[in-house]
Design a protein around this ligand. Sequence first.
Ligand SMILES: Nc1ncnc2c1ncn2[C@@H]1O[C@H](COP(=O)(O)OP(=O)(O)OP(=O)(O)O)[C@@H](O)[C@H]1O
Ligand SMILES: [Mg+2]
Length: 328
Amino acid sequence: MSLLGRDLAVDLGGARTRIYVRGKGIVLDEPSAVTIDARTGKIIGYGADATGDETCWPVSGGLPADGDLARRMVRHFLSKVQRRPLARPRLVMALPDGATPIERAALRDVAYEAEARQIVLIPHSLAAALGAGLPVGDYVGGMVIDVGRDSARIAVLSGGEAVATTAVPSGGRAVNRAIARLVEHEHGHTLDEHEAETAKRHAGGNSSQEDVTVRTRNPETGHEHAVRLPTERIREAAAPAIESIVWAAMETVERCPAELTADLGERGTVLVGGGALLAGLAPRLRESLGMPVRQAERPLECVALGLGACANDLGLLARLRGGRTRLR
Ligand SMILES: Nc1ncnc2c1ncn2[C@@H]1O[C@H](COP(=O)(O)OP(=O)(O)OP(=O)(O)O)[C@@H](O)[C@H]1O
Ligand SMILES: [Mg+2]
């Protein structure tokens, strides 16, 4: 038994990787980043140690975008959380809704490269809903919207299945790019991702009434400048991404059977992922969908917690589905 290794859940996110250990909870939460030495081509930093210009982000939309780097990164993270280096864990991971067989195989490759003895794939939307505490096995409909780094994923669930799903490329990074474009348009300066992220979080934070100062660079002189951005302008820059999520959510609801739509109106929608904290998103959804919209208690951790619940009890999903579907 001791050689088999524990059951682990891995939420492979575009921004962060989170690892949940059965019976323990989330034990690792690091950027999904890898730094390569430009001279030697060797990897010199993973996760929290990945810094500098040569940093890559090998995951997008819950799938490896650079298979080799993603596999090595996951292997590295697992080695950090495993007490016994030779143990071969069983891995629970999220399968993006609507993934193709090739994408499913890419996730299996990640697991096997990490020396896992088995991989259990749980639909992403179900993991998100479980982590947010939705009664997933219920035949009453529920909706979950996960706003991550590269995309926003919308799912209506009923009886342990996703009955309608949509994904739009309007995640946190799209908002950062819009803030950078705003600065370029109004000041002619460039704004790096880190500064855009700070500005975005400020706009949704407690001191959001005040302007935020960001560091920009004049591309002609190369000099750095401090530029003040009114919160209002940041919110305007985020608006197109928010509208695209709202539109996709409305369209997803329209595709649902009428009896589920009525349930949704009562139960409402839960927001998960880092983008759930985006200023203005919840009120706009509430207004357009005409239903209650709430933020999950731990939005950033929902998917890892939902996958973790499955790692704690591998029969969970099958039972939620009333035993009709075997756990894949
Ligand atoms: N306080 C905040 N306000 C607004 N956005 C935030 C906040 N905190 C995090 N984010 C955004 O959330 C995104 C990361 O969310 P999350 O950790 O859920 O993504 P991920 O799971 O790694 O990515 P994905 O699910 O797309 O693979 C980032 O784009 C970040 O900018
Ligand atoms: Mg995520």
